[in-house]
Design a protein around this ligand. Structure first.
Ligand code: PEP
Length: 248
């Protein structure tokens, strides 16, 4: 059985002190969660977050990382630095990184392999633009992104790799993919994972949905058989809303 994950992507929101307040508000609300709960604050908030999370069931994630151990990469953060801060998950290849910071499928692949090698669980984001959806190329896009991201990965680590299907047109727009559409695309991604890593790996790998997940639509999305949880942006910044999604 795949244990669902509800992960909050805080993006470039919250200072260290605001991080502590949000976590302190969230902790009692999700303490009996049946799912894995993850929060991904900005890099500079990770130490404060780790301290505030002590003794709670909420796990810590980062929003990005470089693939190298160290070196002359001004402004970048290495996997070992995240590990030392107690980070367990790392979002890789979010559409905002691909769109605004030039991340390519090849870079995403290097980051995924490096995350796994450092015992960090990558949450790999894939998804199509509105134009690609309207052209009918959703499957082609997620097929390419998924194959590229998983290249060179061992099937043995399938339970320590997570994919998030995030249609770009649904991110931060208030538009959500219908539960049937999301389930269908995630089923397709699982088929591709099976072709790359084998059917056992495909059954083990958790594939989340992301894109305007809210308390009102979480239950319908999460009850779909292929959907193993959610990557939540905007609604993860409000403790009450995020907790409602966690308890869908
Ligand atoms: C995201 O950025 O990963 C996301 C899903 O954002 P939102 O929930 O705000 O659409």
């Amino acid at each position: 059985m795949r244990k669902p994950i509800i992960a909050g992507n805080w993006k470039m929101h919250k200072t260290p002190s605001q991080t502590v307040s949000l976590i302190n508000e969230l902790k009692p609300l999700v303490k009996d969660a049946q799912v894995e709960v993850v929060v991904c604050p900005p890099f500079v908030c990770l130490p404060a977050a780790k301290e505030a999370l002590a003794g709670s069931n909420i796990k810590l994630g980062a929003q990005n990382m470089h693939w190298e151990e160290q070196g002359a990469f001004t402004g970048e953060v290495a996997p070992g630095m995240l590990k030392e801060l107690g980070v367990e998950y790392v979002i890789i290849g979010h559409s905002e990184r691909r769109q605004y910071f030039g991340e390519t499928d090849e870079m995403v692949n290097k980051k995924v392999l490096s995350a796994v090698a450092h015992n960090l669980i990558p949450i790999i984001c894939v998804g199509e633009t509105l134009e690609q959806r309207e052209q009918g190329s959703t499957e082609q896009v997620v097929d390419r992104q998924t194959r590229a991201a998983l290249k060179g990965l061992s099937p043995e680590v399938a339970d320590r790799v997570v994919i998030a299907y995030e249609p770009i047109w649904a991110i931060g727009t208030g538009k959500t993919a219908s539960s049937d559409d999301a389930n269908e695309v995630i089923g397709y991604i699982r088929k591709v994972v099976g072709e790359v890593l084998g059917s056992q790996a495909a059954q083990q790998m958790r594939i989340l949905y992301g894109g305007s997940v809210k308390p009102e639509n979480a239950a319908e999305l999460m009850q779909m058989p292929e959907i193993d949880g959610g990557l939540v942006g905007g609604a993860s910044l409000k403790a009450q809303d995020f907790a409602k999604i966690v308890k869908y």
